[in-house]
Design a protein around this ligand. Structure first.
Ligand SMILES: *Cc1c(COP(=O)(O)O)cnc(C)c1O
Length: 434
């Protein structure tokens, strides 16, 4: 029988090559055409609803079709949809940049607009390299953590360490070194990892431009979490050895870790911070590289000294995206989100303790509004995450495990009842359907 869903799926597969997907899977795995979204729910073409427990790949903060953000974007679209940002400017870009300078760590004073996460990482790497060059130093290696993820473009992929995405392209990548990420959330593990960092910096700092990390939570690396002590230590060491610290808060930013920015847990101010994903509340592609006055000044001189950062993207600082971002930041204030999330996150913590008693669960870990359940005892080829994904969909919950790691990263407007449903479905799935 032809349903609306199956018709849409057929038309889709005729022409669309989907991201991060082995397309052949869709010979058996249904693709889910979404007709609309409201709040925490996505609706397909047969009006079946799904709780978006992963915030549509970690971008959504205040629900789908949020009336406040909708109104602001609608107002902007009738005023100015886009203008180039070189030689021109516009109010949403100006106001947003001021707002970001106000709420991010103190040393971050300048905002460079980009339009997606990977491109923000690329821009930060180039800026760091170029800064040293402008100061008369050639430093062409980047340092990152094992198990890290910073995006999929060549530069961003180079500093990442998820083999599944990276290995194939190894011959194309730029020079990169890795130091071990702390093994777990203990302070002891952070101290051990810092010892490695110091050793590498001590030996190679004159070649290393920047150390890039995902503060506190490595997202695509399976929601691996570590102690804030590592951040404070890394800040001290990078300063000591004249290496930039790039905090890639593309996933951790905007409240996911329990504070507005993960860097706040260690009270540090990095040399660069990259932001995207939640920045627009999950509405439109936008990203920024935030940096310091010192770095900005290294590029500031007469044109003929050729030190300017001549990097751009067509949709840099798009006004619609900036207006969605401004509305999102207003919602944080209006609804006292960070405070309210404290309660929600401790509720989730309690509600997920029961997973610890399942024999196929290795660990339950949490940092703020991100909770991960790591399974054990499965072979990769069993694709246990895919099984759970399929089961949860039948139960009206969108989970998208990272291999054998199930995680919850819901929009902040999720209700306590919806939290219960989300957790119950995962629990039943892990207990009885794998
Ligand atoms: C998602 C992500 C990126 C890449 O952002 P895209 O917009 O998908 O290119 C980079 N760094 C981190 C930490 C991310 O989670």
């Amino acid at each position: 029988m032809q349903t609306k869903n199956s018709t849409m799926m057929k038309r889709d597969l005729e022409v669309i090559w989907h991201p991060c997907t082995q397309m052949k899977d869709h010979e058996t795995l249904p693709l889910i055409p979404i007709k609309s979204g409201k709040g925490v729910y996505l609706y397909d073409f047969e009006d079946k609803k799904y709780i978006d427990a992963i915030s549509s790949w970690w971008v959504n903060l205040f629900g789908h079709a949020n009336s406040y953000i909708n109104a602001k974007v609608k107002a902007q679209i009738d005023t100015l949809e886009h203008v180039l940002l070189a030689g021109f400017t516009h109010e949403p870009a100006i106001e947003l940049a001021h707002k970001l300078v106000d709420i991010t760590p103190a040393a971050l004073q300048k905002v460079f607009y980009v339009d997606n996460g990977s491109s923000a990482v690329e821009a930060a790497l180039k800026m760091s390299y170029h800064y040293h060059l402008n100061r008369g130093e050639q430093k062409s290696i980047f340092l990152s953590l094992t198990n890290s993820y910073h995006g999929e473009t060549i530069g961003a992929l180079s500093v990442g360490d998820v083999a599944l995405y990276k290995e194939t392209y190894a011959p194309l990548l730029i020079a990169n070194m890795q130091v071990p990420v702390p093994a777990n959330q203990s302070e002891q593990a952070a101290k051990e990892a810092l010892a490695f960092l110091e050793k590498v910096l001590c030996e190679r700092a004159n070649e290393i431009s920047a150390f890039i990390l995902e503060p506190l939570i490595q997202g695509a690396g399976g929601m691996h979490m570590y102690h804030p002590h590592y951040l404070s230590g890394a800040r001290l060491l990078t300063k000591k050895y004249n290496v930039h610290l790039i905090a890639d808060e593309i996933m951790t930013g905007f409240g996911r870790t329990g504070k507005m920015f993960a860097c706040e847990h260690a009270n540090i101010s990095p040399d660069f911070m990259t932001l995207s994903k939640g920045l627009t509340g999950g509405y439109l592609p936008l990203s920024v590289v935030m940096t310091t006055e010192d770095i900005y000044q290294a590029f500031y001189c007469d044109y003929n000294e050729y030190k300017a950062f001549l990097h751009s993207h067509s949709y840099t600082g798009n006004p619609l995206a900036c207006s969605a971002a401004l509305a999102t930041l207003e919602l944080f204030e209006k609804t006292d989100t960070i405070k309210k999330n404290e309660k929600k996150s401790s509720y989730i913590k309690q509600a997920t303790q029961k997973f610890n008693h399942l024999s196929n669960v290795k660990e339950v870990r949490q940092q703020g509004m991100v909770t991960a359940i790591e399974l054990q005892g499965y072979e990769i080829a069993e694709r246990v995450g895919l099984k759970l994904y399929e089961y949860a969909l039948t139960q009206g919950v969108l989970l998208r495990p990272l291999g054998h790691i199930i995680y919850f990263m819901p929009p902040y407007i999720i209700s306590y009842e919806e939290i219960d449903t989300m957790i119950d479905v995962a629990y039943k799935g892990i207990k009885g359907h794998l």
